[in-house]
Design a protein around this ligand. Structure first.
Ligand SMILES: Cc1cc2nc3c(=O)[nH]c(=O)nc-3n(C[C@H](O)[C@H](O)[C@H](O)COP(=O)(O)O)c2cc1C
Length: 356
């Protein structure tokens, strides 16, 4: 592994992760659906927005702190659910939850983790959220939710854009199959029949509909977050049904190709919600300036996906923390250059949309 001091931006970690990983796992991590336009849009769209610096402000002291669903975080970046992290590094999700704890942010633990949710809750700090995918039956999932309730998670995130298997061509070509050392720690007591197993070895998810929010709401008193919103009508509907936060997400371009970037989708959703729920964004964050743009357009915070996983691949928990700290330094530097002392002061006057 390259000397860690030489890693000065997230892209350095991406390049190194590609060197370290077997090609089929790199393709699983980095790839998207079909022609990967959605994935590329997420990254490229940030360049259409330009930051507008202000002059002569006193920015000697700066604040990057904020809250998400009432929890204080040191920097407006959470660690997204990504799975199975055991493919990426021995430490798997343990690195994710421990890094979040030492960085003072929230880690969102995926239902598809190698380690079970109780073990992760014990290994991490106080700021863990749990992300649900649904397997087996409603009754099985009610039991999972009651385990989440008992295990000290602070919010329940329902990912709604990945019920159906996508067409990820890079993976199809490399014949990706889940290796046998990767477990599904939260599914160990689920009876898996040939009918609910997919060709790649994974277990079929069952799809939720709007009416399912009712029993999920009744199964927990935790705040509910919907991850995978791209349409303002859906955002409004979710908020009408009492959802506490939304994550604008196209699943990193891994599910449906030819959708807009999340940064382009953010403003209309923020306007529509009128502050009735917190809005978070995930997709393509590789720079501190990307984070500032999302905040200026109304996101409360962003989630990091692949970027922290590149760090995990290269150096476990250390790598996750280093990636996060690089982005934090970039945010702090960009904020200073912009003449803004507090991230809360970023707003629509801090940014322009540049059509060309
Ligand atoms: C390898 C990998 C695994 C993922 N697994 C999950 C998951 O288990 N649950 C989930 O809600 N999203 C999952 N996602 C989506 C991420 O949470 C995130 O929305 C996406 O990667 C976009 O962010 P990015 O562009 O920063 O990577 C996964 C993404 C990747 C790259």
């Amino acid at each position: 592994v390259k000397n860690i001091e030489k890693m000065i931006n997230v892209n350095d970690y991406a390049e190194q992760a590609q060197v370290v990983l077997p090609p089929e796992i790199w393709n699983y991590l980095d790839g998207g659906a079909e022609d990967e336009w959605s994935r590329a849009n997420n990254n490229n769209a940030f360049n259409k927005y330009k930051l507008l610096p202000r002059i002569l402000n006193d920015v000697q002291e700066r604040s990057l702190t904020t809250t998400v669903l009432g929890t204080d975080i040191t920097t407006p970046m959470l660690l997204a659910p990504t799975s199975p992290l055991r493919l990426m590094h021995e430490e798997a999700e343990i690195a994710q939850v421990k890094a979040a704890d030492s960085l003072g942010t929230v880690a969102i633990c995926s239902m598809d983790s190698h380690y079970d949710l109780e073990y992760l809750a014990k290994s991490g700090g106080e700021n863990l959220w749990f992300q649900l995918y649904c397997y087996g039956s409603r009754n099985y999932m009610k039991e999972v939710i009651s385990r989440v309730n008992r295990a000290n998670y602070k919010a329940l995130v329902i990912t709604v854009d990945a019920f159906y298997p996508p067409r990820r061509e890079r993976m199809m070509r490399s014949g990706f199959v889940l290796p046998s050392n990767v477990e599904m720690g939260n599914l160990t007591n689920l009876e898996v029949t040939p009918e609910n197993r997919r060709n790649d070895g994974s277990v079929k998810r069952f799809a939720l509909t709007w009416s399912d929010l009712q029993w999920i709401r009744e199964a927990t008193s935790l705040p509910i977050v919907i991850k995978g919103i791209m349409h303002e009508e859906d955002a409004a509907k979710a908020v009408d049904l009492g959802v506490d936060a939304l994550v604008v997400s196209n699943h990193g371009g891994r599910q449906l190709d030819q959708v807009p970037s999340t940064i382009d989708s953010l403003s209309s959703i923020v306007r529509r919600i009128e502050g009735r729920a917190e809005v978070l964004l995930v997709g393509g964050i590789m720079r501190g300036t990307d984070v500032l743009k999302a905040l200026a357009l109304g996101a409360k915070a962003v989630l990091l996906g692949r970027s922290y996983v590149y760090g995990l691949v290269v150096d476990g928990q250390n790598g996750v923390e280093h990636v996060y700290n690089i982005l934090r330094d970039e945010i702090d530097n960009a904020l200073t250059q912009m003449g803004v002392s507090n991230i809360a002061d970023l707003n629509s006057s801090s940014i322009i949309y540049d059509k060309q």
